[in-house]
Structure formats: structure tokens, C-alpha cells
Write a protein that binds this ligand. Structure first.
Ligand code: FMN
Length: 504
């Protein structure tokens, strides 16, 4: 059944006193690692070595030159995969070992998976691999070079693949187990977080990643061999090099077969939610994109009274390099009302703005989202609701007032949120998404919000501040609080600020 972004969002909204009932079926809890029976595996090196680069430097890097030949080795690839989604902490709970990762995940359910086409990587035979995060190994699914498989449908774009291609997928039931039909939101947001880690890791290793959300969904399912109703490819990240400009002929592709599709099973009793199947399926069509992208902030009808310029982005306030931030990043909820220092606040805004206008993304974040923030306690800033304009490098107040308390209530009464110095808000106009890009626009907006959320997590980690992504929102209550119209939505909130104990 065809579904628009606006319909899916409405169907899966949380409203006060109308939350879905029922507990969690612990016996049916999904596993967080994909295992392939009978496929060969390669152990990846476990030394992770990235240059000591600041986040600010990564966001201002202009490295579109091809890296030197031979610079992509198994060791570099291993570091990049660890950066994107590696295990960074472990805990024992209920007799089981539990792992935290470099990217956060709603409910710690980790629906994302990474596959990669290692077409020209030293020490790794050319082929298509699945990355097993828990074992830090690559499982070989196909032998050979399959560049050119993912045509871009009606869009006349260069092939996506360079020397290596990363394919980011999501397994729906991992999140649906807890969040049911609403899980598609989290699967997309989670994928965005991981994508930002991956892109930054590639830039830190001197590569020039290119992110595409536009590819033939059926071809992706065929290439990667997952179960097409249970798992979906959400993004393809290639490396720019001259090879991309050679138009390769589509290679012939045999189905991978039952054993590979069976690896998408994550629980004994899986439920396929029709709302998810419908919204994802409706996004199969890629809009031709001939029209100039709409400016989301204008569609939301929000106006700031007076705009102020952002300070130029410099690494000054960052205490930890990107590579350490990836290892240290965790969600923190013990916010205190100590005001956020002016310098840290400006830096955070600068990072978000730089991430939003990054040329490594298509379509630009700015056109699928509008970025707002609520100030609770920031040195030199009046409390209120503000907008950030990344294109102009400015921010301005929409309305003065104490929003953080009511917003904490609108986030399913997560009262600890009211102490956070700032709430970043990722807003969109759902009807505009549908009109401009069809249902695929929902993928663009949610993954963009996840990517920007990761920029905030990493920025906070660099400055030893706390941060937590918030997907649990009473949708209508949040809309009313912000004065948004019925077609607008707060897709994601990320809280940031000083926390109780030092997290250094
Ligand atoms: C999309 C998304 C939504 C989230 N929503 C919430 C939330 O509503 N409340 C909360 O306390 N944590 C939320 N989190 C944080 C996760 O619970 C956290 O990432 C997970 O438990 C893993 O822990 P870590 O981030 O410390 O590695 C969210 C994270 C993501 C990525």
C-alpha cells in the first residue's frame, strides 16, 4: 500500500494517554549480530589508528583529491569500520555480556548493519563482505568486483562505487521488537548516526566519501542478499576517485540464496509491521529532482526577530581528537543547570552548521530539515526557542521563554531533560518532503537528523559535555509547544550540556 511520509508519521505518533500498551517479549528479544552459516570469514586487524584530527578540522576539510594509490589497506579499513560502528564498552547484565558501540542506538537495539564492497583494498581479495561488528570480522558473500550494480534508476548520476563501497542497512525487527511500527523512525535515525561516524572516519583517513541515498532498492537487496521485507539498504557510501567517472557496465548478478536471506532473521518470532513495509516500499521511487529543493525553514512558517552571526569554526574548545571522541562517546542523562559556556555553545552551533552544509551529502541537509534549538542555560543567551541557519551561518530567536521543562514533558515525561543547557531540534514539514521527493524524502530527513545528532554527540564528547538523543516524543504536544502547523514535525531532539560528574 502506498504511504506518504505525513501518513506514516501520523500513524506512528505517540500521544499522551494513547501509548501502545503491552510489555516486551524478552524470550523473543532480537540478537544484535548477523551470523552467516557456512560463509568464509576474514579477521580484521585490531589496532585502530586514526590521525589526531579535531572535529572542527574534519568538518572544514576539503579533501576531494583522490588518496594515493595503495593507501586503502585492511588495517585502514578496520579502523574505519571500528570508527563507524565498533564496540567501545561492555557490560554484564542478567548474566549476558552487552556491548555499547561508537554510534548510539534507540533502545540500544542496534538495527544497522554494514556491508562493504572491497573492490581494491590491499590484503583483501576483491569481493562483497558483511562486517560482523561483534567479532570484528568480514564475512565474504561474493567473490569479484560488483561495481556498477547499483544504478541510480532514472537519475543520470555517475556510478556510486570507487575503490570501496559501504552499504548501510537496517533490520526492522531489531527495533520493532520494542517500538513496533514506530521503529522505522529509529532505524533511519540510527543509520544516520552511523553514517556520520563513517564519513568522518573516512575524511580523517584522508578519503573523500560520497553519500548517496538514491539507488535502486531492488538491486541493493539482490546484491547484498538480505531478506527484502526484513532488512533494507538505506545509504551507500563510496569514495570519490577517477574510477567513479568511468561508466561501468552493470555486472551480472546471481541471487545469493536462502542462507544469506536467512541471516536477516534476528528473533524466533518476527513481526513485519505493514506500516514499515508500506512507507519503505513507497520510497522506492526516486524523484527526478529537477525542481530546486524547497527551503524547509520557510515552509515551517517560523521567523526569527534578529539574526546573529556564528563565530568561525576553530578547534579551540575541543579537548579530545575525533578518534578519542568515537571511543568515549556515550549517552549521558545527568544534566545539571550549570550554564553552558559561551565558547562551548558557539562551537557546538558551528559544528552543527558545518555538518549541515557538508557537501558530502545529497540532498543537502538544509533542504530536508530546519534546525532549531531551545536554550535553557547558556552564558549570555536568553532562554528561548531559536533557529539555526547553516547556509547563512546565523542564528536567531523565534520566541523568548522557558521551553525546556515543557519540552521534557513532551518527551514522554523524561524530566531529566529539563536541566540540559540546550535541546537541539530537527524539524521538518512532512507535506513538503512528500511533494519534493515522495516518500523517499522521509529517509532523507530522518537520516540527516541522525547525522546531525551524531555531530552533536561527538562535539559534546570533545568538550566533555553530556549529550543524549531523544526519539520518545509526544508528537502533537511537541508541535503545539513550538507553535508548528499540523504538517510540521519535530523528528528528533538531541539534548546537550554540562552533566553532574566529570565525564573526562
Ligand atoms: C534515535 C535515538 C533515539 C533515542 N531516544 C532516547 C530517548 O528517548 N531517551 C533516552 O533516554 N535515550 C535515548 N537514546 C539513547 C539510547 O538509549 C542510547 O544510545 C543507547 O542506550 C546506547 O547507549 P550509548 O549511547 O551510551 O552508547 C536514543 C538514541 C538514539 C540514537
Amino acid at each position: 500500500m502506498r504511504r506518504t511520509a505525513a501518513e506514516y508519521h501520523r500513524l506512528t505518533s505517540y500521544e499522551r494517554n494513547r501509548l501502545p500498551g503491552g510489555g516486551l517479549d524478552w524470550a523473543n528479544m532480537p540478537g544484535t549480530a548477523k551470523h552467516y552459516e557456512g560463509y568464509p570469514a576474514i579477521a580484521l586487524p585490531r589496532e585502530f589508528d586514526l590521525p589526531e584530527t579535531s572535529l572542527a578540522a574534519l568538518y572544514t576539510a576539503e579533501t576531494d583529491a583522490a588518496p594515493p594509490a595503495g593507501s586503502l589497506t585492511a588495517s585502514v579499513l578496520s579502523t574505519i569500520l571500528f570508527t563507524a560502528y565498533g564496540l567501545t564498552a561492555r557490560r554484564r547484565a542478567m548474566g549476558e555480556e552487552f556491548f555499547f558501540r561508537s554510534a548510539p542506538s534507540a533502545g540500544a537495539l542496534y538495527p544497522s548493519e554494514i556491508y562493504l564492497g572491497a573492490w581494491e583494498v590491499e590484503d583483501i581479495p576483491p569481493g562483497l563482505y558483511h562486517f560482523n561488528t561483534i567479532r570484528h570480522t568480514l564475512t565474504r558473500l561474493r567473490e569479484g568486483d560488483f561495481r556498477g550494480t547499483l544504478g541510480t534508476g532514472s537519475i543520470d548520476a555517475p556510478p556510486l562505487e570507487g575503490t570501496v563501497t559501504f552499504y548501510i542497512t537496517g533490520i526492522f525487527f531489531r527495533s520493532s521488537w520494542k517500538y513496533r511500527a514506530r521503529a522505522y523512525r529509529y532505524v533511519l535515525l540510527d543509520a544516520g548516526h552511523l553514517m556520520e561516524n563513517l564519513v568522518l572516519g573516512l575524511v580523517a583517513a584522508s578519503f573523500s566519501p560520497f553519500v548517496s541515498l538514491d539507488f535502486d532498492d531492488d538491486q541493493a537487496a539482490m546484491l547484498l542478499g538480505y531478506h527484502p521485507m526484513k532488512e533494507a539498504c538505506l545509504a551507500v557510501i563510496g569514495l570519490w576517485d577517477k574510477g567513479m567517472l568511468r561508466k561501468k557496465k552493470r555486472p551480472a548478478l546471481d541471487p545469493l540464496g536462502e542462507a544469506a536471506a536467512e541471516a536477516s532473521r534476528v528473533a524466533p518470532d518476527e513481526i513485519l509491521y505493514p506500516e514499515i513495509i508500506d512507507i519503505h516500499g513507497s520510497g522506492h521511487v526516486i524523484s527526478a529532482g529537477n525542481q530546486p529543493p524547497p527551503v524547509m525553514k520557510e515552509r515551517l512558517g517560523l521567523r526569527a526577530q534578529e539574526w546573529k552571526s556564528l563565530s568561525p569554526l576553530q578547534a579551540g574548545p575541543e579537548k579530545h581528537a575525533f578518534a578519542q571522541c568515537v571511543r568515549r562517546r556515550r549517552s549521558h542523562r545527568n544534566f545539571v543547570s550549570t550554564p553552558l559556556k559561551q565558547g562551548d555553545f558557539s562551537h557546538l552551533l558551528g559544528l552543527v552548521a558545518a555538518a549541515a552544509v557538508s557537501h558530502r551529502t545529497k540532498p543537502p541537509h538544509g533542504s530536508v530539515l530546519s534546525i532549531g534549538f531551545l536554550v535553557h542555560a547558556v552564558e549570555g543567551q536568553d532562554p528561548g526557542f531559536y533557529l539555526l541557519d547553516p547556509d547563512r551561518g546565523t542564528f536567531g530567536q523565534v520566541r523568548a521563554g522557558a521551553f525546556s521543562g515543557p519540552m521534557a514533558s513532551a518527551c514522554l515525561d523524561q524530566e531529566w531533560l529539563k536541566n540540559a543547557a540546550v535541546h537541539f531540534l530537527f524539524l521538518t514539514h512532512l507535506k513538503t518532503l512528500d511533494e519534493a521527493w515522495g516518500a523517499r524524502g522521509y529517509r532523507y530527513a530522518m537520516t540527516a537528523a541522525g547525522r546531525l545528532g551524531q555531530a552533536i554527540y561527538l562535539g559534546c564528547t570533545a568538550m566533555e559535555l553530556g549529550c543524549c538523543g531523544i526519539g520518545a516524543i509526544y508528537d502533537q504536544e511537541a508541535r503545539h509547544l513550538l507553535g508548528l502547523g499540523p504538517e510540521a514535525a519535530l523528528l528528533y531532539l538531541v539534548a546537550a550540556g554540562p552533566v553532574r560528574k566529570s565525564i573526562s
